[in-house]
Design a protein. Sequence first.
Length: 496
Amino acid sequence: MWNYETARITNHNKIIMTTNHQTKSAVRTDNNYARVQPQAVEVEKAVLGALMIDKNAFDSISNMLRPDSFYDPRNQKVFLAILELLQKNYPIDVLSVTEQLAHDGNLEEVGGPSYVAELSSRVASSANIEYHARVIAQKAIARQLIVLTSNIEGRAYDETEDIDDLMQEAESRIFELSTQNLANDYQQINTALKVANDEIMEAKGNLDDVTGLHTGYEELDNYTCGWQSTDLNIIAGRPGMGKTTFALCLARFIAEECQIPIAYFSLEMSSVQLVKRLISGISKVEGKKIKNGQYDQAELKRIDRGIGRLWDKPFYLDETPGLSIYELRTKVRRLIKEHGVKVIFIDYLQLMSASTTRYSTRQDEVSLISRSLKALAKETGTTIIALSQMNRGIEAREGLEGKRPRLSDLRESGAIEQDADMVIFVHRPEVYGIIHDDNRRDLRGTAEIIIGKNRNGDTGLFLLTFKKEISSFIEYQGCATMGNHQANIIVDYDED
């Protein structure tokens, strides 16, 4: 229920008061076009009257209306009085509302006891209150849109305004308006039970344990049961560990093997650079040769075959630098609508911006970005896989265990750890000169894939073998059990 104690009746428009000594009403006018703003005053009166004759009527409209949803200031004050009575658990009728208005000092401003009595006499029942409340809510949204667009229009004429920033702000405010006024209602448990039952029955027919999209990696599937819709997954690592190419390999498998549309937002590298990495991994030709042209005819044929495998795949690249969360939301919606994109990759989270608003700390901004990414995944039903940097604290720690990344190492915000459904670390011990583990196993050319957080499953780690000469991750050469699972994965790789 909306909390009346936090309400502030604000009016962003210039109010032109046309006073009638009998009604003391106010008419608000759109300054730009000299037109009366969208309103339904008679419907407002009907809703207020219904609230005063049916004590249960408020429950059906509590999530639709606020005091500033009402156009007539008199009706705003009457609605506030009703909210105060409800908060005190007092009866709602003509006498109690009149008394509350008098207590608040608003009785004469609304037109005295006669106006309250008039409201109550207008309706015989509360049967249509939901329909009427929806009309009022829609009119209120229309008025807010007029205020917003008028402000944007005026600023668009100002040559000192940055148009890109203005567009982002406009989209942001419209999005906030839509989510604020058209929030999803609650649902009775039967609705969720039906969906859960359908998913349970569908899972029974699966031949494996994967309920989401295959990751392309057997061991990762064991942990995740596949990529799940509405999840925010973080891939983190220190520079040079390979998180970008690991993400590219995940993306390539989904688009190439599964034929599932994906979008890859690269805020640091160009699309051509990313594609060259994909070609290197899929063709097994060293990235350096592809870059300097020192490949032979056999390698050229493999490069051609690799390009052919990627051609026409549902793999969409965006290299917009400094992407804001609002730009991302717009682009994702368009990609979903036009191409049916199911999985979103972001490389990387710390290069994004929240908005044109200045934040007191970078941590606050990254926290908002993290929350917004989780909200976007839930809103659109997509899977989001975002790369993240880590802070330098890991450099000061010693030993194999000390160098392994932890959730607290995520850079710039603890909110990332909180918002993410899964956090995966890519870690190569040999980067720190660690070439043996506690069991004297040779770690040269290996990488640890560490599941640091898994909201719906186990945590642990498994190994991949890194083959520098072919720029690939391949299945670990052995049968090492790490954590709860056995290492068994093949990944193409080109080092960051």
